[in-house]
Every structure is written in structure tokens, then in C-alpha cells.
Design a protein around this ligand. Structure first.
Ligand code: GTP
Ligand code: SPV
Ligand code: MN
Length: 601
């Protein structure tokens, strides 16, 4: 096996990130012997390396260079049309026993699964290059930060990981020479992008991941859903912290008082948009800043919950992004961005449904076909994505690199519900808040393959991401309370409630500031609320709705509780808990009884 060290790289460039740690070297040898690549390429994450890989990718048509005047240093990638989203049905948690994976995960026996995957990986990289990516998740000086190594045969993965993680030397240094140090082993191979040979497998007890047969985002950027959430949640329980599918935002009042909020919404349900919110004119002097848009790692310190964003970039939903809905995202993706599965205009720009301005008269759609506004097909795939460094975000929070994290004042759970769930309400206490999270439901989206728009229970937005038994996960959430003297308040939100004509009742996006303001008022004990059977509910005058163009009837409707709908909802909670087969902690079953009883008071 020869190491790739093209002559274009002078000393100090490529190859510097080859670690001395014997455990890593042995593992790379083992995978190389199995996959038989032509070359091994140790990634250092440098600009020079990235330019080289982009050049190679352009030659191989893996990337298309965009109009560099319109979107400087940005490129378009089209994934295989059969490979455009996460595949939950082919995602496995391979704990030694089925019970450890629990009722919500696909489980397969680790020994057999390793054997099957090794069979698929045998000779899989013949004639190809094996890339080794060293990376860390978390700010360099955080006690929560984790080291990972990903082996991949995809340049697209390397280029994305360089944006999404802190990559190269920094990881090698952090790992050090201890052969027993904790680090994640991730192996990815494209194979032949065949959906029948596509498996995303996690071995939490070995801190290992093997992903084959896909080249798409959440299936292959192993730092993200695989390490930061599935393996992360498993480690978090063992080590006493929380790994959550949550955005983290800062909100500062005109007087300079600042709160941090973490919010869990399922995939494609508004995390990136909420994390980058720009307050409407009405809220002059208020500032919202982004710590993270997808994942929060939280630890208890001095009786409070502190959060870090383990990522270094955003892998965000493109369609619907515009200067009207999310100006900070538009500015973030105006340069140095990788686009996946959007449309290409005739002048080399990118386009998608919901972008500002008129659609182009002609474009090439995400599949590479001609497209016009009369086409039946969408120009951009509904789950098309941008990958952009978080430093592009004009609203990046100044404390994003703070190793200790930011103190969390409130936790929000939210789903996409066209009925039943009001715009916002507050839990009575922590255990009730955990119940809100545990019973939340949402309509499915294009972020995962399968039906779209189907309501399903998605506890804490972690259904596809909790790497162990969901009952133990609920227990862990309840137990965290014992170590908190200053627990965050917990809320439920729903931006997606619809009226009888099927229209959204709430304008959403920047106007969500009005809800955020009430949440902060509640944390500061100044916000008014009515006690309702489901929790503390704002009445219309508790929300600042000044200068908002909204019908009073809509406000009443969106804050309302329909008793018939809630009887169905409570049955839904019970059915869900029953379906988990006895793993749900007694406290949460009691919460369910108490909720039903409050409706009878
Ligand atoms: P993942 O990256 O998949 O985890 O998604 P996410 O939770 O970050 O969702 P994102 O912010 O990208 O939003 C997904 C979709 O929801 C986009 O099409 C948005 O336009 C839409 N959306 C976001 N916020 C709102 C809102 O407040 N109201 C309405 N009606 N739609 C919204
Ligand atoms: C999600 O689906 O929640 C995402 C996109 O954030 S992916 O990284 O593909 O999982
Ligand atoms: Mn996500």
C-alpha cells in the first residue's frame, strides 16, 4: 500500500495528520487489508488538501463548479436518485442484547453483523483511495469533546467532514499516544450505492460505526447522527450527560440580559430556521445568536445545564430558504458552500423551490434533467442540503467556542402538527416536561426515506437517533433532574397548526420571536399564563402581538385546546407507551394519568 503524497504538496501539507497512536494505525491497517485500496490518504484538513480534492472531484464529475461570481468557492453535488435521505429501515443499533437497543431501534447481533459487513467490505476499495479523516466533535478545550476517525472512499465525505467537524492535526493532538484513549472508529464505503446493500450500523459497546452503500449526508457523515447522537447518547447515559437532537440559540434583550435556549424538533421541522431567527422590527434591540442548529451536548455543572454544539458547520435543508424566511442562512450559503441536489441555472447559479425571485425559465434539476417552471417534477429535491461552515453565519454566537458551554434557561420540544397542539405552552415541572418530550409527535418529512406527512411519535425528536433503550433514555432524562438546582423550564411549541382551509395559522420564522419572548418572560417569572389541563398556556394578551398582521380568530384558534382532539391525543400517548412493551418509567405513566385526570376537573 502506498501513501498518497502528490508532489504538489510541499512538506507541511499533506500527511501531517498521520497519528502516532498505535491503536489508530492498527485499525487503519486492518480496514485497508480488508478493503484493499490502491492508496491511503491521511487527511489533514488543510486548504491545500481541499483544493486538491475539489480539483479531482471536478475531473470525475463528482462536483460541478458554480458561477464563482455568484457563489464564490461553492460547488454542486448530485447524489444518486436512489440515495437522497437517511434510511431508518437500514439503520441498526448492534448492542450485545436486543434489550439494550430497545423497542424503537432496529437491532442486529453484533458478531453476525460484523461478519456480514466485513463480507461486503472485502475488496470494496480496490482501485480506489482510502481516506482517513481525524476529527473532533466539540470546541478544542471542552471536557465533552470527542475524537473520531472516519475511513471513507468518498471525496464528497472528506470535503463535507472538513466543513462539519474540526478536522486534522487538532484531533491527532487531542487523541495523543495512549492506545486505550476513547475514540470513535467509523468506516464508510460507497460500495455500488445499491439500496439492497445499504446498512448504517452502530456498535456502541465498541464505539464503532460501519456505513455501507450510501453517499448521502446523515448516512455517511459519521460525525453527525451516527457519532454525535446514536453513539453519543449511549456514551452520555454511561457518563452522565445528554446528547440531543437540539438547536442552541442565544437571545439578548435590549438591556443586555442574555438567555440560552435548546430546542428539539424532528428532522426538517425548523431547527436551523429557529436557530438563525431575526427578530421582527417590533423587537428593536433584541438579538438572537446561533450556538448550534442540530445537535446539543449538555452537561450538569453547579446545578445548571450547560450546552455545547459539537459541530463546526451546518448541513441544512435548502428548499424554502430565502431572504424572507431566513436571511442569516442565505448569507451563510452565499459562498464557500457545498450544495447537494439543488437545481443548476443556465448561468451556473443554484436554484430551489422557495428561493427569492422568479423561478428561472430553464434549469437543470437535481437529477441532471432539463427543467422549466412547467415541469411536474421539483427542480431541487425536497431534502436537498447545503453544507456550510458555521463561521459564515453573521449571527454566530461569540461563545460558540466556549469549552464549558452556555447555560440553558429553557428547553423546547416541538413537532409538526396540523392540529391538537397549541402554539406554545409550558410544562408544570421537570417530570411533566420530560413527559411532553416523551410523547411528542410530528408529521414525517423528506429528511428520511418513506412516507411524508404521517404523524408519528418521535420522543425528544430522537426516535431515529437514540442509540439505546428508549425506556432507559426516559429514565436518564428524569434522573438528570436530581443533579439540577436550577433546572431549565420546559416548553412545547408548534409552528405548524393549520386552520380549516389547510393554511398555517401562525406566520412562523422571524415572528417566532414573539413566542421566544414569552418563554423568556416565563423563565424570568414575569410572563402571564393560564393553568390549563395540558400546562401553562398564554392567553392572547400574554403574547406580544403588536404590529403582527394576524386575525384575532387565528390567535384564539392557535392557542386553543380542543377537548375532543386531546382525548384522542391522550389515547395516542397511551398507545405509544404500550407499544414500547413495559420499558416506560412509572413516573411517565403517572403523568399520563394525571393529564387525563386534569381534563376531568
Ligand atoms: P434537519 O436539518 O433535518 O434536522 O431540519 P431542521 O429541523 O433544521 O429544519 P429547518 O429549519 O431546515 O426547516 C425545515 C423546513 O421547515 C423548511 O422547509 C422550512 O422552510 C420550514 N420551516 C421552518 N421554520 C418554520 C416556521 O416557523 N413555520 C413554517 N410554516 N415553516 C417553517
Ligand atoms: C436530519 O435528518 O435530522 C438531519 C439531516 O439533520 S442528516 O444529517 O441527513 O441526518
Ligand atoms: Mn437534524
Amino acid at each position: 500500500m502506498k501513501n498518497v503524497a502528490p508532489a504538489i504538496f510541499p512538506p507541511g501539507g499533506i500527511g501531517d495528520a498521520r497519528p502516532a497512536n498505535q491503536a489508530v494505525l492498527d485499525w487503519v491497517d486492518e480496514i485497508a487489508n480488508l478493503t484493499e485500496p490502491e492508496n491511503i490518504f491521511w487527511c489533514d484538513g488543510s486548504d491545500r488538501e481541499s483544493e486538491f480534492l475539489i480539483g479531482e472531484s471536478l475531473k470525475q464529475n463528482l462536483l460541478i463548479r458554480l458561477n464563482q461570481k455568484k457563489v464564490p468557492r461553492s460547488y454542486l453535488h448530485r447524489s444518486d436518485p436512489n440515495d437522497v435521505a437517511r434510511v431508518e429501515q437500514f439503520t441498526f443499533v448492534c448492542t450485545p442484547t436486543k434489550e439494550e437497543a430497545g423497542p424503537t431501534n432496529n437491532w442486529s447481533e453484533p458478531g453476525e453483523t460484523y461478519t456480514k459487513l466485513r463480507g461486503l467490505l472485502k475488496g470494496a476499495m480496490r482501485g480506489r483511495t482510502l481516506f482517513v479523516i481525524p476529527y473532533i466533535m466539540g470546541p478544542p478545550d471542552s471536557p465533552l469533546t470527542k475524537v473520531g476517525f472516519e475511513i471513507t472512499d468518498s471525496k464528497y465525505v472528506v470535503l463535507n467532514m472538513r466543513i462539519m467537524t474540526r478536522m486534522g492535526e487538532i484531533a491527532v493532538k487531542r487523541l495523543g499516544n495512549d492506545p486505550n484513549a476513547e475514540w470513535n472508529r467509523g468506516v464508510h464505503s460507497l460500495l455500488d450505492i445499491n439500496p439492497d446493500r445499504r446498512f448504517i450500523c452502530h456498535f456502541p459497546q465498541d464505539n464503532a460505526i460501519i456505513s455501507v452503500g450510501s453517499g448521502y449526508g446523515g448516512n455517511v457523515l459519521l460525525s453527525k447522527k451516527c457519532l454525535a447522537l446514536r453513539i453519543g447518547s449511549y456514551l452520555a447515559r454511561k457518563q452522565g450527560w445528554l446528547a440531543e437532537h437540539m438547536l442552541i440559540l442565544g437571545v439578548e434583550s435590549p438591556e443586555g440580559k442574555k438567555h440560552y435556549i435548546a430546542a428539539a424538533f424532528p428532522s426538517a421541522c425548523g431547527k436551523t430556521n429557529f436557530a438563525m431567527l431575526i427578530p421582527p422590527d417590533q423587537f428593536k434591540g433584541w438579538k438572537v445568536t446561533t450556538v448550534g442548529d442540530d445537535i446539543a451536548w449538555m452537561q450538569v455543572r453547579d446545578g445548571r445545564l450547560y450546552a455545547i454544539n459539537p459541530e463546526n458547520g451546518y448541513f441544512g435543508v435548502v428548499p424554502g430558504t430565502s431572504y424572507k424566511s431566513n436571511p442569516n442562512a442565505m448569507r451563510s450559503i452565499a459562498h464557500d458552500t457545498l450544495y447537494t441536489n439543488v437545481a443548476l441555472t443556465d448561468d451556473g447559479d443554484v436554484w430551489w423551490e422557495g428561493k427569492d425571485g422568479d423561478p428561472p425559465a430553464h434549469a437543470i434539476d437535481w437529477r441532471g434533467n432539463d427543467w422549466t417552471p412547467n415541469s411536474k417534477e421539483k427542480a431541487a429535491h425536497p431534502n436537498s442540503r447545503f453544507t456550510t461552515p458555521m463561521r459564515n453565519n453573521p449571527a454566530l454566537d461569540p461563545d460558540v467556542e466556549k469549552g464549558g458551554g452556555v447555560p440553558i434557561s429553557a428547553i423546547i420540544f416541538g413537532g409538526r402538527r396540523s392540529d391538537t397542539v397549541p402554539l406554545v405552552y409550558e410544562a408544570f415541572d421537570w417530570a411533566h416536561g420530560v413527559y411532553l418530550g416523551a410523547t411528542m409527535a410530528s408529521e414525517t418529512t423528506a429528511a428520511a426515506t418513506g412516507a411524508v406527512g404521517k404523524v408519528r411519535r418521535d420522543p425528544m425528536a430522537m426516535l431515529p437517533f437514540c442509540g439505546y433503550n428508549i425506556g432507559d433514555y426516559f429514565r436518564h432524562w428524569l434522573d438528570i433532574r436530581k443533579r439540577l438546582t436550577n433546572p431549565p423550564h420546559i416548553f412545547s411549541v408548534n409552528w405548524f397548526r393549520k386552520g380549516v382551509k389547510g393554511q398555517f395559522l401562525w406566520p412562523g420564522f422571524g415572528e417566532n420571536m414573539r413566542v421566544l419572548k414569552w418563554i423568556i418572560d416565563r423563565c424570568e417569572q414575569t410572563g402571564g399564563a393560564l393553568k390549563s389541563p395540558i400546562g401553562w398556556l398564554p392567553s392572547p394578551h400574554d403574547l406580544d402581538l403588536a404590529k403582527l398582521d394576524i386575525d384575532h380568530k387565528c390567535v384564539a384558534e392557535i392557542l386553543g385546546i380542543d377537548h375532543e382532539e386531546w382525548q384522542k391525543e391522550i389515547s395516542g400517548h397511551r398507545e405509544f407507551f404500550d407499544s414500547l412493551g413495559g420499558v416506560v418509567p412509572a413516573e411517565l405513566l403517572e403523568q399520563s394519568e394525571q393529564l387525563a385526570a386534569r381534563f376531568k376537573e
